[in-house]
Design a protein around this ligand. Structure first.
Ligand SMILES: Cc1cc2nc3c(=O)[nH]c(=O)nc-3n(C[C@H](O)[C@H](O)[C@H](O)COP(=O)(O)OP(=O)(O)OC[C@H]3O[C@@H](n4cnc5c(N)ncnc54)[C@H](O)[C@@H]3O)c2cc1C
Length: 301
């Protein structure tokens, strides 16, 4: 079960007591507040709180530009201008606080994003739940032969079944031993802070994660990208849907300039200029390495 009965009771209580506010709210986000959206087999993402909306981004930008913003009077145009010119601080005026339940190995990738505030479930204080991420068969794949940092073809038949069996058996055995070690049944029981060290990285943890919109976009740019590991990408994709409803103008600009856009080197730009003039540019005449050329062709091809 993604949410514990206590967590659900807390949410029900909050929902039963809506409060009037003078703060600006984003209608698209109000509909998402508190709802836990399932991710992977036991995980979820839910919005606990948020601050700001598209108008807050424009309001902050207009403080810095003053009358100069009259030339870009429409909010979406102004937000696109800010995104295009990397004027990022107005986006920091919006914040989001998420409650995320995720496997520990995903949390290790996620925590590398240092520009957020995190409060994690304490396995020193509390007993972890018996919940482990076991990939669905369509995600059990072999090591990629072209990308050292990724997976390739799916494992099939007996090999896939064997792998899944190992994952399930090891998780169950590790948790049985965890319970046995902390058990106080006629004995002292090992401290929880020590017993946890024997648990595998596919066990679930939970945290509150608060971040501003500028840094959230940076996270989404990297983790919703096709090159990100599937298990973190699905969380990023779920968050993308929330952000699209929260700040629709900013999200559209992000999709256009960041997710859908590309950064080109001066050499690559020169190649494009030569191609536009009708020159046939090849890898050999481009000034790029084979790897750079392959990636360049993926962008322009
Ligand atoms: C596909 C992929 C593969 C990866 N592979 C590896 C890997 O093999 N090994 C590995 O260790 N990591 C790996 N990472 C993690 C990666 O190196 C970054 O740590 C992670 O993406 C967080 O990025 P960030 O530092 O820009 O984000 P944040 O920590 O959110 O920082 C945002 C920005 O703030 C600034 N900033 C924050 N803190 C500091 C600081 N202390 N000093 C200076 N500037 C700061 C930087 O400009 C930074 O870009 C991988 C990431 C991805 C997406």
């Amino acid at each position: 079960m993604p949410l514990s009965p206590e967590q659900q009771a807390e949410i029900d209580d909050l929902r039963a007591r809506p409060q009037p506010t003078l703060r600006s709210t984003a209608p698209g986000m109000e509909g998402h507040l508190y709802t836990a959206y399932p991710v992977l087999d036991h995980g979820f993402v839910r919005v606990v709180d948020y601050m700001g909306d598209d108008a807050a981004i424009c309001q902050a930008a207009r403080v810095s530009y003053g009358k100069g913003t009259k030339s870009v009077s429409n909010d979406e145009g102004l937000i696109r201008y800010l995104m295009r010119h990397w004027h990022s601080t107005p986006f920091e005026m919006c914040e989001i606080k998420l409650h995320v339940k995720l496997p520990v190995f995903v949390a290790r990738q996620w925590i590398r994003h240092r520009t957020a505030n995190v409060n994690e479930y304490s396995a020193r204080y509390s007993i972890l739940d018996r919940e482990f991420y076991i990939p669905a068969p369509e995600h059990v794949a072999a090591q990629s032969t072209v990308n050292n940092q990724g997976r390739g073809e799916l494992l099939e038949g007996a090999e896939a079944a064997r792998v899944l069996e190992i994952l399930k058996a090891d998780s169950a055995r590790a948790y049985d031993n965890y319970e046995a070690m902390i058990s106080q049944d006629g004995q002292q029981g090992l401290a929880r802070e020590l017993a946890r060290m024997n648990l595998p990285a596919n066990i679930y943890t939970q945290w509150y994660w608060k971040v501003d919109l500028h840094n959230l976009f940076h996270f989404l740019r990297l983790r919703a990208d096709a090159h990100a590991q599937y298990e973190i990408r699905v969380y990023a994709e779920e968050i993308c849907k929330l952000v699209a409803d929260w700040v629709p103008f900013a999200y559209r600009a992000f999709e256009d300039y960041r997710m859908g856009g590309a950064t080109l080197s001066a050499t690559a730009l020169d190649c494009i200029r030569r191609m536009v003039k009708g020159e046939e540019v090849t890898q050999e005449t481009s000034g790029m390495s084979k790897g750079e050329w392959r990636e360049f062709m993926q962008v322009v091809g």
